[in-house]
Design a protein around this ligand. Sequence first.
Ligand SMILES: *[C@@H]1O[C@H](CO)[C@@H](O)[C@H](O)[C@H]1NC(C)=O
Ligand SMILES: *[C@@H]1O[C@H](CO)[C@@H](O)[C@H](O)[C@H]1NC(C)=O
Length: 440
Amino acid sequence: MKILRLGFLVALASGFTVILIYITGLSTHYDNYQLSDEDWEALQSLQSDFQKCVSANGLGLQAISGKDYCQVTLTYPSDTDSKWRDPNTGELEGLSFVFNLCEAVATWEQVRNSTTILTREFIDALPNGWEEYAWRRINKGVLLNHCKNKALCMEKLSLVLPETPPYVPRQFGRCAVIGNSGDLLKTRFGKEIDSYDVVLRENGAPIENYTEYVGKKSSFRLLNRGSAKALDKIVELDETRQEVLIIKTTIHDIMSQMIREIPISNPVYLMLDASFGSAAKGTGLKALEFALSVCDSVDMYGFTVDPGYKEWTRYFSESRKGHTPLHGRAYYQMMECLGLIKIHSPMRSDANRVVKWVPSRSTIRAARIASEKWLRRVGAGSEDLLASCSIIKKQVKRKYMSVSRLRKAAVDHQKFVKGTTMYPVEHSSGHGQLCTVPVD
Ligand SMILES: *[C@@H]1O[C@H](CO)[C@@H](O)[C@H](O)[C@H]1NC(C)=O
Ligand SMILES: *[C@@H]1O[C@H](CO)[C@@H](O)[C@H](O)[C@H]1NC(C)=O
């Protein structure tokens, strides 16, 4: 009996040892990823402020925490009339959407310090960038045989490929992103929109005849493939011909030809195609992504975000097939309650509306660090600036933008990152970045 009991104790003890070794082994390996008490508290405060923010600003939306500290479900009132049907399944769009707050806060905070414009230094620094990446940004990419003929690829991209990023984080102060929703015609936002430092529009959105509603100013225009092929018509929409055109897909031969032959003098760039957030595919979210990477604050107008509005019209044309409108609206509400954007719409038309309960910058910062650890992102929780860089390239910065011309916030950020440029790398495990570091 005694022996048995001893055996049992030994077995217990050795089991314990095994577990101990296992835990220590793990913890030395994943030390950076272990969440401290402060980290858990940060995630808790984020959830709690976030839920209050959604109830206070979401026009009927409610946020409920999910199975862990990161998950949140945004739910519409049960009497919401869902009208959009999935063309594949024929099912009506649901009234609840699950989002991952940790993923959103980690990813979107990273966007604020990244460049989202494709540059030559990026392709050069990407291992096999010219063979494995560049051809995908050219319309007839496949036929280019993975850019085996690098000279041909370079020539095709040359019109839209700056050497280094044309913009830096926080270069602009207050920015407005204007969608194309028909509900823009319900409020005269024109003057208010013109008061922003930078105005970003989308695709074929006209200005003439609508200035009362959409303003006159236009600094950037984000284009999908269809619009990019009609570049000659697009440039006519802005009288000043100074709009910077940003293409979210590929460079097309028709487009290159127009740039050369018409010629089109507006700057044209391609956006990096690393996609942020699960829903960040549509032009609207891409436009917000670009704006967040160059602006201090981002306000949005002309996105269909009010309950009951589901006419899916554009302000300048008849109905157009929308998609997953409730999902989109919930996602934008999440962005507002993470302090990323401010929504303006007919039902939220007071320019001075305060977004109540939006988590403070310090809560967001702490929650971002905790989220990086939770998600095991490269460099999570590290003080080292370059810790999140999975690829580092030393670069002689040629004719780098004269720092004296930049706003103070942008200069401060450049000092903080010591001139480093950060590019998100698509499909990189742990969301590592490609960083170019100036050599001194
Ligand atoms: C503005 O209205 C005028 C007169 O109706 C029309 O000729 C012109 O094409 C319109 N412009 C745009 C951009 O819709
Ligand atoms: C972004 O840069 C700011 C300094 O401008 C810094 O405080 C912040 O921690 C950075 N965020 C990330 C995600 O690295």
